[in-house]
Design a protein around this ligand. Structure first.
Ligand SMILES: Cc1cc2nc3c(=O)[nH]c(=O)nc-3n(C[C@H](O)[C@H](O)[C@H](O)COP(=O)(O)OP(=O)(O)OC[C@H]3O[C@@H](n4cnc5c(N)ncnc54)[C@H](O)[C@@H]3O)c2cc1C
Length: 315
């Protein structure tokens, strides 16, 4: 690809990451029926549906094909207690459906969806309720990692709740310089660690940009996790990363890993790993709050915008 083309994609990526965090745009789309329906045609590629009922058949089909699943009821940055509690109840309802329908699905969630921006106490209380419900169906709760202004709180709450609920995991972002220390600290705890590159717009002073250096750092963390045989997820759509990770799985005879991808992105490739006997998980999302999620999927790979355009035009 020529430099000018790369520059345009880079600019688009930065713009989309900024757009992802624009809460006014998110609310405008949610309230504008025509715009919502139009953009949802692009989101449909990445989401199972708007409700639990629509999502269950997706999970069953994935489980039947041998995939583990984790499910996220999308939403973030909730600023009032009622909405945070409603989201919590939805996660608990989902856990009950997992049990009654005998599904194999853990839960993934953003702490800011269940109250982090109202108060840490509320987020802790709600997280404990969800962990308790999920424990009943012998599943796990995995915390997503959000913007850098929330990293300390998310790690702090994880450490606190993990003392009472062993079925809790956390996501770490390889692009942050601070992750080296966080990884060393969290490896001492029993909870699972999902390793991602990082999706949020961050200043260069705090993070490593996409490229060879970030890939090297990501793989160093993979080696650290696999060598310790720590319960972990190698969450990436990058073929090079997953191929290198597979070599390391053999090198360290690791057994406590999953290879994980988001629904709708490179799932055929994950199916190949799955058929070869590697443990693979698909991250399924549902709900109406897909705005940030869609922007992030476009930002990671701006050529997806063209896919989105053809989905919107129903071509
Ligand atoms: C299961 C899971 C959970 C995640 N949870 C979080 C989280 O909690 N917090 C957070 O900040 N981030 C999260 N992410 C997103 C993550 O940080 C990255 O932004 C995302 O995975 C893209 O990085 P990558 O390693 O997949 O590939 P990149 O290095 O971004 O790209 C490498 C190659 O992978 C392919 N690719 C990457 N993304 C896409 C895409 N969207 N569509 C098509 N092809 C693509 C392309 O071929 C691309 O050239 C999560 C990702 C996964 C898979």
């Amino acid at each position: 690809m020529r430099k000018t083309e790369q520059d345009i994609l880079q600019v688009a990526s930065v713009a989309l990451r900024k757009a992802a965090l624009n809460e006014d745009a998110k609310h405008f789309i949610l309230q504008n029926d025509k715009l919502y329906k139009m953009l949802k045609r692009a989101a449909n590629r990445y989401i199972a549906g708007e409700t639990i009922q629509e999502t269950v058949p997706f999970i069953k089909k994935l489980n039947d094909s041998g995939f583990l699943v984790t499910t996220d009821f999308m939403g973030e940055s909730v600023r009032n207690e009622t909405e945070a509690n409603e989201a919590t109840n939805e996660f608990i309802k989902f856990a009950r459906v997992v049990e009654s329908e005998n599904l194999n699905s853990s839960i993934s969630l953003d702490l800011s969806h269940i109250g982090l921006l109202v108060s840490e106490d509320l987020a802790v209380r709600n997280l404990k309720s969800i962990c308790a419900a999920v424990q009943d169906c012998r599943q796990e709760v995995i915390l997503s990692m959000e913007g850098t202004d929330r990293t300390d709180s998310i790690i702090g709450i994880y450490e606190e709740v993990l003392k009472e609920h062993a079925n809790l995991g956390i996501t770490l972002q390889a692009y942050l310089h601070r992750t080296k220390k966080d990884m060393d600290k969290l490896l001492k705890l029993s909870g699972s660690i999902r390793l991602v590159k990082g999706a949020y717009d961050t200043p260069l002073s705090t993070s490593i940009p996409r490229g060879d250096r970030l890939d090297e750092v990501y793989l160093e963390y993979v080696a650290q996790l696999l060598e310790a045989n720590h319960k972990c997820s190698i969450a990436s759509h990058h073929t090079k990363i997953q191929d290198e990770a597979i070599k390391m799985i053999h090198q360290y005879s690791a057994t406590n890993y999953v290879l994980e991808r988001l629904l709708g992105i490179g799932n055929e490739e994950l199916q190949v790993y799955n058929e070869k006997g590697y443990t693979c998980r698909i991250y399924v999302v549902y709900g109406r709050e897909w705005y940030l999620y869609l922007c992030n999927r476009w930002a990671e790979y701006p050529l997806n915008l063209f896919r989105g355009l053809s989905d919107i035009m129903e071509i």
